[in-house]
Design a protein around this ligand. Structure first.
Ligand SMILES: C[S@@+](CC[C@H](N)C(=O)[O-])C[C@H]1O[C@@H](n2cnc3c(N)ncnc32)[C@H](O)[C@@H]1O
Length: 293
């Protein structure tokens, strides 16, 4: 990766600094943070696509039994689709999204009750104790090293009020995806490990929730088919995961012994395999929520 661009946000006193590197394939990544996925227009489209796919598959934006929430927080909100929709679903609530970098394409005006703030969750959430009655985080496993997860959950707990709910949805690596996906998974695991990230960490979030004293907990694994055999959802999931692997090409080939050619061959093999009748690949997700006493 080369061609660095620095972007310092001075106005809001945050210490967060966005620094980007662009791969030779033209993908832009944040540097100086553990987060591995790109930060560019292609990734904005992927995250939006993924948001609509998850909402359709999970039949909604959330699972916790929240009733008339007044203040909602989304940690690592990405393009802001989720908090924007929550602001529309709950027009009487104030909805906040924080992210280390602003990826909201701002193509539509935000709902008046939606507020975005740049913040690095590792520096603490910029809200007083007990500020929210619903605190949500989705798909942070590519962003949070294992050693940081307890702090992230503890911050989510801190800003949630007694009686409020906390919810997490994390993706797990693909299973049974054939040789191409196995190679791509290996590259991803190694690259993540070099950043202190465990791509399988999603299963442990429930343990942190339980250890924090959350009650009325639910934790479940959701298996979504990936590939043509899974019909419309399977094809959408394949589009999403192949885009994820495409986005990880720069970090994986820069950090591991996997060459760019080997990566491209694995990607081509994965692309072919997911369209075969023998593909039975699954994309697991771990959904977990609980209530603060
Ligand atoms: C895979 S995206 C998921 C975005 C969104 N939650 C969604 O479901 O579409 C992960 C997000 O976490 C953000 N992120 C990474 N490290 C972060 C940090 N230390 N503090 C806050 N946000 C962070 C990234 O910028 C990115 O937008």
């Amino acid at each position: 990766m080369g061609l660095f661009r620095w972007l310092r946000r001075g106005k809001d006193k945050t210490t967060t600094v966005e620094m980007y590197a662009t791969t030779e394939a033209g993908r832009r990544h944040l540097v100086g943070v553990p987060y591995t996925l790109p930060k560019d227009d292609q990734e904005i489209s992927r995250l939006d696509f993924q948001h609509y796919m998850l909402r359709y598959t999970l039949r909604g934006d959330y699972a916790a039994p929240i009733q008339r929430p007044r203040r909602i927080l989304d940690v690592g909100c990405g393009t802001g689709r989720w908090p924007r929709e929550m602001a529309q679903i709950f027009p009487d609530a104030e909805v906040f999204g924080i992210d280390i970098a602003d990826a909201d394409p701002k193509t539509e005006p935000p709902p008046p009750n939606y507020h975005f703030q740049i913040a690095n969750v590792f520096e603490g959430l910029p809200f007083p104790d007990g500020s929210f009655d619903f605190t949500h985080a989705r798909l942070l496993s590519a962003a949070v090293p294992c050693a940081r997860w307890p702090q992230v959950v503890s911050e989510m707990m801190r800003v949630t009020c007694p009686g409020g709910w906390i919810e997490s949805l994390e993706a797990m690596p693909l299973r049974d995806g054939g040789p191409g996906i196995a190679q791509l998974n290996d590259g991803m695991f190694q690259m993540c490990e070099a950043r202190g990230i465990d791509a399988n960490y999603g299963v442990h979030v429930q343990e942190l929730f339980r250890a924090s004293g959350l009650t009325n907990m639910l934790s479940r694994e959701i298996l979504i088919p990936m590939g043509k055999y899974g019909g419309r959802i399977g094809t959408m999931m394949a589009t999403d995961w192949l885009a994820i692997f495409t986005g990880l090409r720069g970090p994986v080939t820069a950090t591991t012994s996997m060459s760019a050619d080997a990566y491209d061959q694995a990607l081509a093999s994965a692309r072919e395999y997911v369209n075969t009748d023998r593909c039975r690949c699954v994309a697991p997700f771990i959904l977990c929520y609980g209530q603060k006493n």
